[in-house]
Write a protein that binds this ligand. Structure first.
Ligand code: FES
Length: 624
């Protein structure tokens, strides 16, 4: 029986001309946001707030009621001919909409995952020459600014800290100022014309590593990149140990929050130092991270995420004041945290799906981010499903007798030739142990060469037979009653030999079995087979280094032709950049949890059988 999927709002079909792109959106979605989902560019400067009047479209099939903003920005004849402001018109029934060509050629930016995105950041700088107050014009400074911004098509609200700066800044600059808007929040008023200095940072907030990219919001170009270990790592390597830390110590949560802010601030300092951009010109940040990291960044108790039924305190997209989190950019700068799809399919995966556009594409694609949890999504524009499979730490080198992190001396590639073992190590250093990609390689090679059978049992030297040369056969040894394969002898390492044991094979089988079972469940839910997959996308550091043929050989990924398996690198980081540079794309990320069905594996009666069925390796002659 299929698990219950949270009821989603009724979906309604909308078609955009002249591109003839069709999508289905939850009833009540605005045409502007529906268009953003399909990547259809609609003119706008206000980001869908109903103030710029530029997002007009003509409804040629279906209908939308006239809104106050339509009456303000459109002529009656236009309204009669079906013209509406797309950011105000909601899709309630099937619609066909004609989108005018863009008036100007928009700037675009290209991303590492091969996506071209319109530059349309949430931060706007508007240069204003305000009329000075007189006895006949006694409007307040606030109103004066608000009216001038409205004339430029921007709405605005201002908080007390900004209001406090207004009288002095306006008068000292002879009312020649630049208003800095983040959405419709006025976050600063700067003297003179400062439009060319406008920056943001996209953060990939990993449990282990945090990466920040400083982007010029005018050009979309990266000005500096910096990464460092998450300072929280001293309190545990994975999310569960971090959660335990907050549970076991009264000040634990505060401590972890400060450690993330501390790491962010260190990165900001380096980015500013490398680029010469002052922190005061960084107005917005986007953060893609798993749900636990997001909770810890906000200082919210993450404990409920770790216990069934895994209901978090907050999983929606959140915009906060950076200063409230102790982050040292512009004090009124904003920080946007991606929404999550489920407790273990977090904002990092939403960002990855945004970058790869899996739920918005026309063809069926499988997205896999392998780590302690394997996060998996499968789908296309009609339907996308996602899940998290608990792989355990084997792929990160833990629980493997010779396992290690991907640092100097880690074996990252293994090839067993007819008579030798060829190792590829990080920094070409003498081999010390195996990291995740080496682990997948060694098992694939041992299986291909007959040292492992399809159940994962390691054969003895006698069993592999006379066909195997002595140079390889003698590498099969017995250590304390456990069969093992010698990857590197003591002479080759200059120290202890690197042995890969039968137990290690089993650990790998459990980890890959968990992910393979998760994939199989999603394929079952979607009613598709490996042959239907247009692409398999491997995300994250592990996905970048893993050899696709080895992953396929051990059954970690479905049996598809090798040219359909593609590494997409740090998709979460790319998604964070895209959301920083494009407000419309951020809208698409916001819509993701409502468009992607989360499948909970632990609630499925068929999971165990599926898991047991994929623990072994696929028959060698079954691969395409
Ligand atoms: S009025 Fe600006 S986007 Fe609709």
């Amino acid at each position: 029986m299929e698990p219950t999927i949270a009821a989603k709002a009724e979906k309604v079909k909308v078609t955009f001309l002249p591109r003839d792109t069709t999508t289905r959106v939850p009833a009540g979605t605005t045409l502007f946001h529906a268009a953003a989902w399909t990547g259809q560019p609609i003119e706008s400067t206000c980001g869908g707030r109903g103030t710029c009047g530029k997002c007009r479209v003509q409804i040629v099939g279906g209908a939308a009621p006239v809104t106050p903003a339509d009456l303000e920005h459109l002529a009656q004849e236009e309204i009669d001919c079906g013209w509406r402001l797309s950011c105000q018109a909601e899709v309630r029934s099937e619609m066909v909409v004609q989108v005018p060509r863009l008036l100007t050629t928009p700037k675009t930016a290209m991303f590492g995952v091969g996506r071209q995105v319109l530059l349309d950041p949430n931060v706007h700088k508007v240069h204003l020459k305000l009329t000075e107050p007189t006895l006949h014009d006694q409007r307040s400074d606030y109103q004066r600014l608000k009216d001038a911004l409205r004339a430029e098509g921007f709405a605005m609200t201002a908080t007390l800290p900004v209001l406090r700066t207004l009288p002095k800044t306006l008068r000292e600059s002879d009312f020649d100022v630049t208003a800095v808007l983040c959405g419709d929040s006025l976050i600063a008023v700067e003297p003179g014309d400062t439009k060319t200095a406008c920056y943001g940072i996209a953060f990939d907030l990993g449990t282990t590593t945090i990466v920040g990219t400083l982007l010029d919001l005018n050009s979309g170009e990266a000005r500096a990149v910096a990464s460092t270990l998450n300072a929280q790592a001293i309190h545990g390597g994975d999310v569960l140990s971090r959660i335990s830390y907050t549970m076991g110590k009264k000040e634990g949560l505060d401590e972890l929050q400060h450690l993330i802010a501390f790491t962010f601030n260190g990165i900001i300092e380096r980015l500013c130092g490398d680029s010469g951009v002052p922190p005061s010109q960084i107005y917005e940040m986007t953060v893609a991270g798993n749900l636990t990291m997001m909770h810890l960044l906000m200082g919210i108790d993450p404990e409920p995420i770790s216990v069934t039924p895994f209901a978090s305190a907050a999983a929606h997209g959140i915009e906060l004041r950076a200063g409230d989190l102790g982050i040292t950019t512009h004090p009124e700068g904003r920080i946007y945290l991606f929404p999550a799809i489920g407790a273990y399919v977090g904002g990092d995966i939403v960002a990855g799906l945004l970058a790869t556009a899996v739920p918005r594409g026309g063809r069926l694609r499988l997205f896999i981010d392998v780590g302690t949890n394997g996060e998996i999504a499968l789908g296309h524009e009609q339907r996308t499903v996602a899940t998290a499979a608990p792989a355990g730490p084997a792929f990160e080198g833990a629980e493997i007798s010779c396992g290690m992190r991907a640092t100097t001396g880690a074996i990252e590639g293994v090839q067993i030739t007819d008579d030798a073992v060829v190792l590829q190590t990080i920094d070409d250093a003498p081999p010390v142990g195996l990291c995740g990609s080496g682990l997948v390689d060694v098992v694939a090679q041992l299986y291909r060469r007959g040292f492992l059978d399809a159940t994962g049992r390691m054969r003895s030297a006698a069993e592999v037979g006379p066909g195997v040369p002595e140079t390889l056969a003698r590498r099969l040894v017995n250590v304390g009653g456990l069969r093992a394969f010698t990857l590197a002898t003591a002479e080759e390492t200059g120290g202890r030999p690197v042995l890969f044991t039968q137990k290690d094979v089993r650990q790998l089988q459990f980890a890959k079995g968990s992910i393979a079972a998760g994939i199989k469940v999603l394929m079952k839910v979607m009613g598709v087979a490996p042959g239907d997959l247009h692409e398999v996308l491997l995300a994250g550091a592990f996905g970048s280094y893993i050899h696709p043929d080895a992953a396929r050989l051990i059954g970690l990924v479905p049996a598809v032709p090798l040219d359909r398996i593609r590494a997409v690198g740090n998709a979460a980081g790319e998604g964070a950049k895209i959301a920083l540079l494009s407000y419309r794309e951020r809208e698409a990320a916001e819509a993701m949890p409502g468009r992607v069905d989360y499948i909970e594996l632990s609630g499925r009666e068929d999971f165990n059988d599926i898991f047991m069925g994929v623990l072994g390796f696929p028959p060698l002659d079954s691969l395409p």
